[in-house]
Design a protein around this ligand. Structure first.
Ligand code: PGA
Length: 249
């Protein structure tokens, strides 16, 4: 059976004091449960100090495709490794839509992360317009193909995919378990057509308004292998409940 993996995406939230309280609360509650928190860059050292030795891994929400150089404001994979990161989110819809990250750039970031030994959490997902015009599968396929064509399908053995319908992110509007499962099955089927073994082992997370109240029914779907959690990952009890629901399903 595939493992389930829940990752928190703190986005641009937190402070040293708030994070300390959150980490202190989730750490003992999630002992023995694999989980990840993707924190803002300045808090990586804090996450490392707090979570070393626990079952919770930490990572970043973005990374440069460049190794080093005159790239003001960017952060490299090597810098993430210096702080013990295991994971990095690439291609989050906020990066794609607000910061103009193209499929090609996301593929470069994905490759840079893997080359450094980080596990990329590759986000894909359609906007509301795209869903309403019936092109959800085409959009997700295009986003996946950009990575598969440059990094190869075998690279997905060392990656996590997160399906996040843009219309469900931070809106309180979750995809129904059936809607999410349909896209997850499409993603797995598309990859299976290229490499059945890779498809079978791939962790595909669902993201978009996952809450403690809807986590169990989402995680019970056969192709949903965990979640990428924004807002609810900032509330200790909610994040704990979601991680437990994933581990139980
Ligand atoms: P949300 O965010 O859980 O607040 O909808 C999910 C995400 O953007 O990763």
């Amino acid at each position: 059976m595939r493992k389930k993996l829940v990752a928190g995406n703190w986005k641009m939230h937190g402070s040293l004091a708030e994070n300390a309280a959150l980490l202190d609360a989730i750490k003992p509650a999630l002992a023995g449960i694999d989980a990840v928190v993707c924190v803002p860059f300045p808090y990586l050292a804090q996450a490392q100090a707090s979570l070393t030795g626990s079952s919770i891994a930490w990572g970043a929400q973005n990374v440069s495709e460049q190794a080093k150089g005159a790239f003001t404001g960017e952060v490299s994979t090597g810098m993430l490794l210096d702080f013990g990161c295991k994971y990095v989110i690439v291609g989050h819809s906020e990066r794609r839509s607000l910061y103009g990250e193209s499929d090609a750039l996301v593929a470069k970031k994905y490759m840079a992360a893997q080359a450094a030994g980080l596990t990329p959490i590759l986000c894909v997902g359609e906007s509301l317009d795209e869903r309403e015009s019936g092109v959800t599968e085409a959009v997700v396929a295009r986003q996946l193909d950009a990575v598969i064509q440059t990094a190869g399908v075998a690279s997905l053995a060392k990656a996590v995919v997160a399906y996040e319908p843009v219309w469900a992110i931070g809106t309180g509007k979750t995809a129904s378990p059936e809607q999410a499962q349909a896209v997850h099955a499409f993603i797995r089927g598309k990859i299976a057509a290229l490499d059945a073994g890779v498809a079978d082992g791939l962790v595909i997370q669902y993201g978009g308004s996952v809450k403690a109240a809807n986590a169990a029914e989402l995680m019970a779907q056969p192709d949903i292998d965990g979640g990428l959690i924004g807002g609810a990952s900032l509330v200790a009890d909610d994040f704990i409940a979601i991680c437990r629901a994933a581990a139980a399903n």
